[in-house]
Design a protein around this ligand. Structure first.
Ligand SMILES: NC(=O)c1ccc[n+]([C@@H]2O[C@H](COP(=O)([O-])OP(=O)(O)OC[C@H]3O[C@@H](n4cnc5c(N)ncnc54)[C@H](O)[C@@H]3O)[C@@H](O)[C@H]2O)c1
Length: 311
């Protein structure tokens, strides 16, 4: 049993991680500003601290609770917002993160599991699937702050011995994904289909992504807790799926039929993205369990249970 703080634990991915940690018998605390996260996603037996990661009271929390592990999911993750307001992005993703790390290193923190990103860090692939040795060419402030955080984690390891386990996620989808946000294409499409609208596809729809189910991502976080040494791991399926294919897969489920609308491609949008997770398989024993079709079915069922909120 470990005492663990999950930042962003009231959010989409973080709340799934929290549920699994509780199942594993850990003592779990959540630190979340509830900016986009929801209190109802935090299980009742979990301590919720409604605080911003930049708040000076974070230090008191680490002092009082003496967390062994920090699972860091709180972030500004809207890529377009990061382009419009890079200082705001850095304030949360770098300064807020450092606020937690300074508190942690003063109060006996042993390990950090960090929610990083594959797509935004590697950039347009030299080869596919992209492994962890692929050149790192972030083109957005969001990608830059995620990569910067990775560098800081090695500073905290070298200087204070806090072990970093970095998980570079592919495109995560599943229940509780926001349908208004950046990266939530599955949720956005499901909402459109359920409300009788046509999904909008930018470009020809042949751009690819690697869609990984949130339950599998939560499992990677559980496995990361056992790591005694630093590590950086892609968390993706290795399967490339076009946007057109994603729409087909969704239409194979029990949803109203639709006709996608094609609009001009977005400037700078990456053409391909797919991650090799062989490293995670070998060192963490992580193997994604859900096929896209199974994962979409679970996701859709969740959205159906919340249908009134989609209108
Ligand atoms: N969704 C994806 O496909 C994806 C892919 C790669 C990486 N990630 C990373 O995974 C993490 C979780 O993303 P998500 O998709 O669950 O998003 P989310 O918006 O659902 O979760 C983020 C959570 O952080 C909280 N938060 C935001 N700013 C905060 C602040 N200043 N202080 C405290 N709490 C704050 C929000 O209230 C929310 O609960 C992020 O770090 C994101 O960069 C997500």
């Amino acid at each position: 049993m470990m005492k663990i703080l999950v930042t962003g634990g009231a959010g989409f991915i973080g709340s799934h991680v929290v549920e699994r940690l509780v199942e594993e018998g850990h003592e779990v605390h959540v630190l979340d500003s509830l900016l986009t996260g929801k209190q109802e996603y935090v299980p009742e037996n979990v301590h919720l601290h409604a605080l911003d990661i930049r708040d000076e009271r974070v230090s008191d929390l680490f002092r009082d609770e003496q967390f062994e592990v920090l699972v860091h999911h709180a972030a500004q993750l809207d890529v377009r917002r990061s382009v419009q307001a890079p200082a705001y992005d850095a304030d949360i993703n770098v300064v807020g993160f450092l606020n937690c790390m300074e508190a942690g290193r003063k109060h006996n923190l042993k390990k950090v599991v960090f929610a990083s990103t594959g797509g935004a860090i590697y950039g347009e692939p030299d080869y596919v699937p992209q492994d962890e040795s692929h050149p790192l060419r972030p083109i957005s402030p969001y990608g830059i702050t995620k990569l910067t955080t990775e560098h800081y984690l090695f500073f905290y390891y070298k200087t204070y011995g806090i072990v970093p386990v970095i998980l570079r996620y592919a495109n995560v989808y599943g229940p509780r994904q926001r349908f208004d946000g950046e990266g939530g294409v599955v949720a956005i499409f499901i909402r459109k289909m359920m409300t009788g609208e046509n999904p909008i596809i930018f470009g020809d729809g042949e751009q690819t992504r690697d869609y990984v189910y949130v339950g599998d991502v939560a499992e990677a976080n559980i496995l990361a807790l056992d790591r005694e040494l630093p590590g950086t791991y892609n968390i993706g399926t290795g399967t490339e799926t076009t946007v057109n294919r994603l729409v087909e897969e969704l239409q194979n489920q029990d949803v109203p039929k639709c006709t996608p609308q094609y609009e001009p491609g977005r400037a700078g949008e990456q053409k391909r993205s797919v991650l090799a997770a062989t490293h995670a398989q070998k060192e963490l024993g992580w193997i994604p369990q859900k096929t896209l079709s199974e994962g979409l079915k679970h996701t859709l069922n969740w959205f159906k249970s919340r249908a009134s909120e989609l209108m």
